[in-house]
Design a protein around this ligand. Structure first.
Ligand code: FES
Length: 233
């Protein structure tokens, strides 16, 4: 889901901080603030996004506001859900339902590195179960668990919108595609050493081009008026 959201709302990804990699050490016992307030910068962002929707359709800003709240606090406490519902004049339970439906929202503190493995059909057919097993054994965690030192959270998620590059996994905001066993071991080892691995397809292909390289649009495109010159003579 994270991938779909990032592709659908690129402006928000650019505007919001990529705080999950940079945040201070999370606290497992954190119950969330008694009252959640957006900081000044995030309130500006929230208002800008709300202003792009007509008055009667403010609910369209819901996902974006929840995302900003999560980035501000590191996870999404109930008080943030309440604040978003107040701002958008929505029933808090309706907002809660959205927050619990999408796996990108964390309703409890997560580790510094949130490793999400996609196990939906295309990724499953390309070996995501084996990737999940490797994550479980290397991190010593089950899906939904966070390590005691708050370094890692392991999640099993639904489609990230990058099926053509299956199997995929995400670490915080970064998507890793075409991930083989060895790639995963390197990614997790790097993270354990505090190194941020390079995101993107691990197969060496660019984005989602065919594995053997591009097969279309490989020549210079013809100039404007191509094949029309003779007709104009
Ligand atoms: S099924 Fe895994 S990215 Fe779509």
């Amino acid at each position: 889901m994270l991938g779909i959201f990032k592709r659908a709302l690129p402006r928000i990804s650019i505007l919001a901080n990529r705080t999950l990699c940079k945040k201070a050490a999370p606290d497992a016992s954190d119950q969330g603030p008694e009252k959640f307030k957006f900081n000044e910068r995030n309130m500006e962002r929230a208002k800008m996004i709300m202003s792009t929707f007509p008055e009667a359709e403010q609910r369209g800003a819901l996902m974006a506001l929840l995302d900003i709240a999560q980035r501000q606090y590191g996870w999404l406490p109930v008080t943030a859900i309440k604040e978003v519902s107040n701002m958008l004049k929505l029933d808090p339970f309706a907002v809660w339902e959205v927050a619990t439906f999408y796996t990108m929202f964390n309703l409890k503190p997560v580790g510094k590195y949130c490793v999400s493995v996609c196990t939906t059909t295309p990724c499953y057919l390309r070996g995501s179960d084996d990737l999940l097993k490797t994550c479980k054994s290397m991190l010593n965690l089950k899906p939904g668990e966070t390590s005691k030192d708050m370094q890692f959270t392991l999640k099993e998620t639904y489609c990230m919108g990058a099926c053509v590059n299956a199997p995929c996994l995400a670490v915080n905001d970064d998507l890793f595609e075409d991930v083989a066993q060895l790639d995963l071991e390197i990614i997790l080892t790097d993270l354990k050493c505090g190194k941020i691995p390079t995101a993107g397809p691990k197969s060496g292909r660019c984005a989602s081009e065919p594995m053997g390289g591009p097969t279309t649009l490989i020549h210079e495109p013809p100039p404007p008026g191509y094949m029309m010159q003779d007709l104009c003579k």
